[in-house]
Design a protein around this ligand. Structure first.
Ligand code: DOR
Length: 380
């Protein structure tokens, strides 16, 4: 398919309008005036809840939701039921993912049952197809256990993704910095290991990561669209719909994560897509739907296009050693729409952005060389 007059999102920012040919299963040529073509985005942090929680999400509903949000590749966390803590479970998920319209990579647990005690078989997980190890969803790894996990992951060639939090320390801003400092100390004892810090939310954590990077530590970090867009001040009006882990923080923390993203101290934007059924949410469950609102939230922040490319296309793939494969999204940066959770493809309607008037929409998603999403595009 040829797209005429399209601007491309690249590592240098937006190109001038041009004609671009992409592999898209013989789809007809289009006039893409005003639209932006980007390699499909990779979401490094998603909870697809499958197996075990079909009331929240399934691989099928999650993949559809991701595709409509512009993610052609998502990384599924291990806090499922059963937990992805055995190579056979990784193999089963990898096999099931092959039938989905988008690419789903699998994260295996660091510890059996996410209980923070006995380590999983890192080398076996890698051989089964896992792209990383993480106990995300629980936070029970003691420093010594994390050190051993990092060394095993280094031998297996896998990064370890950690929630900068500890169930012993709670969820306050100081706890995040304490958890990051502890994880960096464990990393220092694990030559060759790679540590990725999930959803950084505080200035103190940013400062520690920035210093560690300057010292040459193999550490990377991510931030969510909601921590870039919202603050603790929004929680009062959101009620239980404002519950998320880590919590929404202060205006100063939000400014710090934004600056860190702009400067490359934070490498990646990841949604932490955490679908919950409304009853669970009303009862206090943590987490936000992420896939279908991310693009508009990020466009609303006015991020530099080169930063978007780095954080949504390039760095997440580098961290898990994946490349772009016939994956494209076409973005209408000017299209206005109102967030209506009832129209989400996801089973998780738990968005803090419901009812918001936003700008920026996916008009086409191509994965494995096939058009899988299309929202009204003029043909030429
Ligand atoms: O708010 C959250 N919910 N943060 C997490 O890290 C886990 C997630 C979940 O699994 O619901």
């Amino acid at each position: 398919m040829r797209l005429h007059h399209v601007r491309q999102l690249t590592s240098h920012g937006l190109s001038s309008p041009r004609t671009v040919a992409i592999a898209a299963g013989g789809a007809e040529d289009r006039d893409a005036t005003g639209l932006i073509l980007s390699p499909g985005w990779l979401d490094l942090h998603a909870h697809l809840r499958d197996p075990g929680f079909p009331e929240k999400e399934t691989l099928t509903s999650g993949a559809a939701s991701a595709a409509f949000g512009g993610f052609t590749h998502v990384v599924a966390m291990a806090n499922t039921m059963p937990v992805t803590d055995k190579p056979d479970r990784v193999r089963e998920l990898v096999a099931r993912a092959a039938d989905l319209p988008i690419r789903v990579s699998v994260v295996a647990a660091v510890s059996i049952g996410l209980e923070g005690r006995q380590l999983t078989d890192a080398t076996g997980m890698k051989a089964a197809g896992a792209v990383a190890l993480s106990d995300d969803g629980r936070h029970l790894l003691a420093a010594e256990t994390l050190g051993r996990a990092l060394r095993a992951a280094a031998r297996a060639g896998l990064p370890v993704l950690i929630h900068a939090q500890s169930e012993h320390l709670g969820n306050g801003p100081d706890a995040e910095a304490t958890a990051v400092a502890e994880a960096l100390r464990s990393l220092a004892q694990a030559p060759g290991a790679r540590l990725h810090i999930q959803h950084v939310s505080t200035r103190a954590a940013v400062d520690l990561i920035s210093a560690a990077k300057r010292q040459g530590f193999a550490v990377t970090a991510e931030v969510t669209p909601h921590h870039l867009a919202l603050t603790a001040g929004d929680v009062a009006s959101l009620g239980p719909f404002g519950n998320v882990s880590p919590p929404l923080r202060s205006i100063d923390d939000r400014a710090a994560v934004r600056e860190a993203l702009d400067q490359g101290v934070i490498d990646v934007i990841a949604t932490d897509h955490a679908p919950h059924e409304i009853a669970a949410k009303a009862a206090g469950a943590n987490g936000f739907h992420g896939f279908e609102t991310a693009l508009a939230v990020l466009i609303g922040l006015g991020l530099d296009p080169a930063v978007l490319y780095r954080a949504c296309v390039q760095r997440p793939r580098e961290i898990i050693g994946q490349s772009v494969e016939d994956e494209w999204i076409l973005i209408d940066p000017d299209r206005e729409w109102t967030v209506d959770s009832s129209s989400f493809k996801s089973r998780g309607k738990n968005t803090p952005f419901d009812g918001r008037r936003v700008r920026g929409r996916i008009v086409m998603t191509v994965c494995r060389g096939q058009v899988i999403v299309e929202r009204m595009l003029q043909r030429v």
